[in-house]
Design a binder for this molecule. Structure first.
Ligand SMILES: NC(=O)c1ccc[n+]([C@@H]2O[C@H](COP(=O)([O-])OP(=O)(O)OC[C@H]3O[C@@H](n4cnc5c(N)ncnc54)[C@H](O)[C@@H]3O)[C@@H](O)[C@H]2O)c1
Length: 426
């Protein structure tokens, strides 16, 4: 029989569990950062976690068991610092002290070291200076009422992934979330575009608000690598927005299988892959943070609710996306993951429609799709006239729906139209 080599367990698997523990005790979206490999000097105030008993096979750990070990280690840490009768680690009614560093060991070997703080830049500085001073956790006061003026605050400090975030609707989502205080991973096939956007928003926000990452959502190895990088960089995730999408219109009679598959692989299968790996990560956090709600949101389309002439590959993939949303919502509700779709109407201002060379306006003008149209303005007017509210969908329209869906804690499996009345639910 082939002998499997026993390798050190991958400590990255512990990051979402550790972040979950902090989400649970502090009800705050902490950022966790993993020290570069090779760090062995254990800070004196650190919480030590020995995962040896949770070893599962030659290279992985049973995270359900590891979650229990972590919870016990945390309770023991609190107990050690609070001899009988003394308030646990200077706990007051409203706040308590917690470790800012967690060291993951297996017996004597240090596997990984995680630093915890309120935002990306603070935790980075803490890790670089090896500052293990305790953190003060102050849970937010209970919300008694509802103030719509602060709706965007639902994303403040949260960690968000936006696929296809380099341009178009994705770019607007990234910019809006960053301006509302989120830490946004901008994942795109166009890494250069994501990098340029990250530099711009980081300068505007005067903090690390955007982190660019390369991904091809239609390739599982690429999606897996994306989530692994995200976990080592920030420890976990609160909101995943699956926005990457493509459109290649074509008649059912003439569209090539190649074009049909291209659209379907990205819009339909790509959403499945993102949902799968986001779901796995959210589930790990949920093991130690059972009350923390996470969001999986697909940017779908009005074409996911109503057929689209000579555009079947696109509409079919988007209709399918709603089937996935409803099914995933039923399964993932057990882990407090909400799963919803936003269905925007035509977004005329983005490159998909307005690009002067490849945009749909130019394409439709050249192909004579709009009877009598002689200029781009005629094509635009034709499509605007189809909307009861007589205009295209805009970034703020989409953002209002996103903030609603995140804030709403009592809804899942829904497809929210943002179409100016062009599509009505029945
Ligand atoms: N533009 C519209 O009118 C409209 C209307 C309704 C819904 N939508 C949906 O909104 C989403 C964004 O559309 P848009 O108009 O902003 O498109 P866009 O073409 O302007 O931007 C799409 C982004 O996704 C990226 N991308 C494409 N394939 C990818 C892949 N395989 N992996 C990773 N990234 C990839 C691109 O590089 C680009 O940055 C899509 O899902 C689209 O179906 C668009």
């Amino acid at each position: 029989m082939e002998k499997t080599e026993r390798r050190p367990a991958d400590p990255t698997a512990m990051a979402p569990l550790i972040r979950g523990l902090y989400l649970h005790t502090g009800r705050y979206p902490w950022v966790l950062m993993q020290s570069p490999p090779g760090e062995t000097q254990i800070p004196s105030e650190a919480l030590i976690l020995d995962i040896a008993p949770a070893r599962y096979d030659s290279h992985s750990v049973d995270t359900e068991y590891a979650a229990k070990i972590l919870q016990d280690a945390y309770t023991a840490w609190e107990f050690d610092r609070a001899p009988a009768g003394v308030e646990a680690a200077s706990r007051t009614e409203r706040s308590k002290k917690v470790p800012s560093c967690v060291v993951v060991k297996e017996a004597d070997a240090v596997l990984g070291m995680y630093w915890i703080d309120r935002d990306f830049d603070t935790v980075k500085a803490r890790m670089e200076s090896k500052n293990d001073a305790l953190l003060t956790e102050t849970p937010p006061p209970p919300r008694l009422g509802f103030n719509a003026a602060h709706r965007a605050e639902v994303v403040k400090n949260k960690i968000v992934l936006v696929t296809g975030g380099a341009q178009g609707i994705g770019e607007i989502i990234v910019r809006s979330l960053a301006a509302s205080g989120a830490l946004v991973f901008i994942a795109d096939r166009n890494l250069e575009g994501a990098q340029t956007l990250a530099v711009d928003i980081n300068a505007k926000e005067k903090r690390t608000a955007g982190i660019p990452l390369a991904v091809n959502v239609a390739d599982e190895a690429s999606v897996e690598a994306l989530f692994k990088t995200l976990v080592t960089t920030a420890g976990g995730l609160d909101i995943c927005i699956s926005n990457a999408g493509v459109l290649k219109a074509g008649s059912v009679l003439y569209q090539s299988l190649q074009d049909f598959t291209f659209v379907t692989d990205i819009n339909y299968t790509g959403f499945f892959l993102i949902a799968k790996h986001a779901g796995l990560l959210f589930r790990e956090q949920h093991r130690t943070a059972p009350h923390w709600k996470t969001d999986l949101i697909q940017i779908n389309s009005k074409s996911g609710l109503k057929g689209s002439n000579k555009n079947g590959a696109y509409a079919g993939g988007k209709f399918g996306g709603i089937g996935l949303i409803q099914s995933f919502a039923l399964e993932l509700v057990d882990y407090n993951i909400k799963v919803n779709a936003i269905c925007p109407g035509n977004f005329f201002d983005g490159p998909l429609w307005s690009d002067p060379e490849k945009g749909l306006f130019v394409q439709y003008l050249r192909s004579g799709k709009v009877p009598g149209a002689r200029h781009i303005a005629d094509v635009k007017a034709y499509y605007e006239a189809k909307v009861p509210m007589k205009r295209g969908c805009t970034g703020p329209d989409v953002m209002r729906a996103i903030y609603y869906i995140i804030e709403q804690e009592y809804e899942t499996g829904q497809a929210v139209p943002v179409t100016g009345g062009q599509v009505m639910l029945h």
